[in-house]
Design a protein around this ligand. Structure first.
Ligand code: DX5
Ligand code: ZN
Length: 220
């Protein structure tokens, strides 16, 4: 499948040169970039927030794919809209009012995704799936880059893909955590549309070559 989208996770990039990294991704042929926002509460790590994204929005026309690993994300939907997020992804586990958060994201003109931790069943999507542009299947426990892919995620991707097809939807399936060129063919076969890669992307420059490696793996 050559329509696979690679969304490089800036978590593994050089935070001292984010503007240059964004430029390098665009020059390499990337179209999406993945921002990992961590609050030190939902996950045991703190990264960056809306002010940083807002500043870098001026430096890049890449599609900003923003993954909020934040408790009660509904508090910040306005800030991330104002920062210029194209896709805002919230965790189902982080809010007791998921439908309200989804509706607010859409109302503010962003695309909306819902992320599920590895242990969270697909059934939480039952009544919101039709409103979503994307579902993010976490294939590691969120919080850090460079962790090992959890193999049971493969069945989850296939089951989500079947659920989306059965409803006649076009919802994208994103997979995040431990993705590399070796597991890319299987992920795409199971139905993944968007692959996030941090350490397996930024650790292997030049970026144009690495993007090609992922795209060729997706076409296998
Ligand atoms: C994990 C983040 C991921 C992470 C992926 O909490 O959501 O986006 O950066 O990194 P790798 O590809 O190294 O597993
Ligand atoms: Zn992420």
């Amino acid at each position: 499948d050559t329509r696979m989208i690679l969304s490089p996770s800036l978590l593994s990039s050089d935070f001292g040169r984010l503007a240059d990294e964004l430029e390098a991704l665009a020059s390499a042929g990337c179209t999406w970039v993945h921002w990992d926002v961590m609050d030190g509460s939902f996950v045991p790590n703190i990264t960056l927030g809306a002010p940083v994204i807002k500043r870098l929005r001026k430096e890049s026309s890449l599609f900003f794919d923003v993954h909020l690993m934040v408790d009660r994300p509904e508090r910040y939907v306005g800030d991330f809209a104002d920062a210029g997020s194209d896709m805002l992804v919230v965790h189902a586990e982080a809010t007791v009012h998921l439908e309200r958060a989804v509706a607010e994201i859409k109302r503010l003109g962003m695309q909306c995704g819902v992320a599920l931790n590895p242990h969270t069943p697909l059934s939480v999507l039952e009544y919101v799936l039709d409103q979503l542009d994307m579902v993010l299947i976490m294939s590691v426990n969120p919080g850090f880059g460079g962790q090992r892919f959890l193999p049971f995620s493969l069945r989850k991707i296939a089951e989500l893909s079947a659920m989306i097809k059965a409803r006649g939807l076009t919802t994208l399936i994103q997979v995040d955590g431990g993705v590399d060129p070796d597991n890319t063919p299987e992920l795409v076969r199971r139905g993944a549309d968007v692959l996030v890669s941090g350490s397996a992307f930024f650790g292997f420059p030049p970026y144009a070559d690495r993007l090609q490696t992922f795209m060729q793996a997706a076409a296998k």
